[in-house]
Every structure is written in structure tokens, then in C-alpha cells.
Design a protein around this ligand. Structure first.
Ligand code: F3S
Length: 341
């Protein structure tokens, strides 16, 4: 779906040439769960996914299959220079942790891993981390869906300029993850400067910035454009991937079986931890399917024939609609499990 057969041939050539990564390098999610345990993918797709994984492993890449490595498996340090290709992880690392990475292409990130260096351009320089756009937003950010919708508008307005924003509602981990994932979906900038959160945020009103006022109706426009046309048949959560604590936390917010089958996307490590803690079977008995290795754009959606789904991720809804051609709508986690969306 992403690199095609030509990309597989390129990875094969690199792996067979003997080149290896020089620095810790971790892998983004793919299209399928490699164990194939649910039989959700065609054997041909599964074979190609396994082939891709095998080439990366041969190059010394850690097979984490996660888009939130910054939470548990490849946690950057403040001030560390990196070359990452998953946009939501790039934006989180720059904006929240204070690590430094441009938004790389997959092949650019792999090349950086192999040579152990990246170019001193963009946000790897202090000048490149200066905000160019002052976002004025006085509306509420009530939940992670509203945060995602705000991020989407900020991405559209900022294009490749770094925005500076102040909003109390963004100062929570769940919300800022969805805000930054959505900003990276609609815009090219690799970070936001969020007052009260971004390390070394600029104090006082910086001069000479382009200004953009965002109204609540701009955020509502995004939400209205991502409403279900049909009744949803499944709930998708974990875009970006959910960490262990969040999946475990589902058990405490549930007041019975969810109204629809749930698919929660996580890294392989998180799924293994859930299994060891005896939680995987419990979640499954409640109708929550935990999917490892895969992006929310998951081959199983086609096999299961879902025409309409609901998610708490603006980024997820955007890609499910535009790349998977699925009718994807939005609702915050607190509502997804309590009422029929
Ligand atoms: Fe992760 Fe895929 Fe969403 S890579 S951020 S689950 S679109």
C-alpha cells in the first residue's frame, strides 16, 4: 500500500548489500499483524509484509512496528538530533520532548540510520525552530477529538511555518498527541510551539510573526467534514498507537460491553505485555480486539468488510477516508464506549 514492489526490491538490495544501521533505529507500523493470527490479511499481503520486516531486521532495525516509539521503545532525549519519518512522532518529539528532527521521508530516515547522521537543516538549527505564525485561538479544547480538529486547522494555516499557540486545553498528553498528529496530517511543519509545554518556548509575544485567528467555527468545520454518512460498524482507537497504560485504562472507563466491535492499535511490545498480564483475553471477551504491528489503515478492515467506522483520531479519520475509502467519523473515547455513536 505504501512502498509497493519497487520499494520491496530497494529494501532487498540494501539489506543484501550488507549495509547496517549505525544508530538505534526503530520501525513504523505496517499494514498487517505479522503473526497473521486473525487471518485478517490475504497470504500474499502477509508474505510481503514479512519480507519487508525481514529486510529491515537484516539491516539491524528494531522491529518495533510502532508510531509512538517516543513513549516507550525509542524515547528521545531533549536536545537529541534524530531523523524520523512518522509525522506524528516527529511533531511530538520536537514540540513536547524538545528533541530535534525534521520530517523525513522513509528512505531519508533509513539513509540517516545507515550513515548515523542527518543534515543540519530545518529544525536541527536554532533559527529553523523559530515560530513564524502566531495562532490566536480562544475556544475550548474539550477532548482529544477537539484537539485533533484544532491541530488540523493549525496545520492548514501554518503550511511549513512553525506555529506558536497557547491553549490550556492542549496541556494534556492525550490531547496534545492528537493535536500534533492532526497538524502533521494537514501541514508540513515539523512542530508546534505550545506555550507551557514546548521546552525553551519563547517568552512574551515575539515580534514580526504572521498572525492567524482560529475561531470555534473553523474547528467545527473540520468536525462536520468528518461525520459518518452511514451507521458505524466498528470502533477504531490507537491512532497514534496506544501505550500499555491507556489500553489497560479502557477497562476502568467501560461500563459494560462496547456497542460495537473495538479494534485497538498498539505496538508488538504492548500487546505482549497485555498478554503477560492476562489482559488480552479479558479485553477480547469484552469485544476489544488488540491489533499489533499495524497502522489503523489495516488490511483487516477490508477483509471484515467494514464500510463505516468511528474513531477518536482526526488523523485516523482523514486517512481512513482518503486512502482506505472507508466512511470514518469521530467521537471522543469517553463517548465511544458509552453510547451508540
Ligand atoms: Fe500511527 Fe497509522 Fe495513525 S502510523 S499515527 S496509526 S495513521
Amino acid at each position: 500500500m505504501n512502498i509497493g514492489n519497487a520499494g520491496i526490491r530497494l529494501l532487498k538490495d540494501i539489506a543484501e548489500s550488507g549495509m547496517r544501521v549505525k544508530v538505534r533505529t526503530t520501525l513504523n507500523p505496517g499494514y498487517a499483524e505479522l503473526s497473521g493470527e486473525r487471518g485478517e490479511c490475504s497470504p500474499a499481503i502477509l508474505d510481503k509484509q514479512r519480507e519487508i520486516a525481514q529486510y529491515f531486521i537484516k539491516m539491524g532495525v528494531h522491529p518495533t512496528f510502532s508510531c509512538t516509539p517516543y513513549l516507550e521503545q525509542n524515547v528521545p532525549k531533549r536536545g537529541e538530533h534524530m531523523a524520523w519519518a512518522e509525522s506524528s512522532a516527529v511533531l511530538y518529539s520536537n514540540s513536547v520532548i524538545g528533541a530535534w528532527t525534521n520530517k523525513e521521508s522513509g528512505i531519508g530516515a533509513l539513509a540517516a540510520g545507515i550513515i548515523g547522521a542527518t543534515s543540519r537543516t530545518g529544525v536541527h538549527t536554532s533559527e529553523g525552530r523559530r515560530p513564524r505564525l502566531l495562532v490566536e485561538y480562544e475556544g475550548e479544547v474539550e477532548d482529544e477529538v477537539a484537539a485533533g480538529a484544532l491541530g488540523y486547522v493549525v496545520g492548514e494555516r501554518s503550511e511549513d511555518d512553525i506555529p506558536l499557540i497557547e491553549s490550556e486545553g492542549l496541556l494534556s498528553k492525550e490531547r496534545v498527541i492528537e493535536y500534533l498528529a492532526a497538524q502533521g496530517t494537514s501541514g508540513a511543519s515539523p512542530m508546534s510551539i505550545i506555550r507551557g509545554m514546548t521546552p525553551l518556548a519563547i517568552r512574551g509575544p515575539p515580534d514580526g510573526l504572521r498572525k492567524s485567528r482560529i475561531l470555534e467555527q473553523d474547528v467545527l468545520r473540520v468536525l462536520e467534514g468528518l461525520q459518518n454518512t452511514y451507521s458505524p460498524e466498528a470502533i477504531l482507537i490507537g491512532c497514534p498507537h496506544m501505550p500499555y497504560a491507556s489500553v489497560r485504562g479502557l477497562l476502568s472507563i467501560m461500563s459494560g460491553r462496547p456497542p460495537l466491535p473495538v479494534f485497538a492499535f498498539v505496538s508488538r511490545r504492548t500487546k505482549t505485555r497485555l498478554a503477560k498480564a492476562g489482559l488480552l483475553a479479558k479485553l477480547r471477551s469484552l469485544g476489544i480486539n488488540v491489533i499489533a504491528d499495524a497502522c489503523v489503515m489495516w488490511c483487516g478492515l477490508k477483509k471484515l468488510g467494514y464500510r463505516s467506522v468511528v474513531t477518536n483520531s482526526v488523523k485516523g479519520a482523514h486517512y481512513l477516508r482518503n486512502q482506505m475509502r472507508v466512511d470514518a467519523g469521530l467521537a471522543p473515547l469517553s463517548k465511544l464506549f458509552r453510547e451508540q455513536p
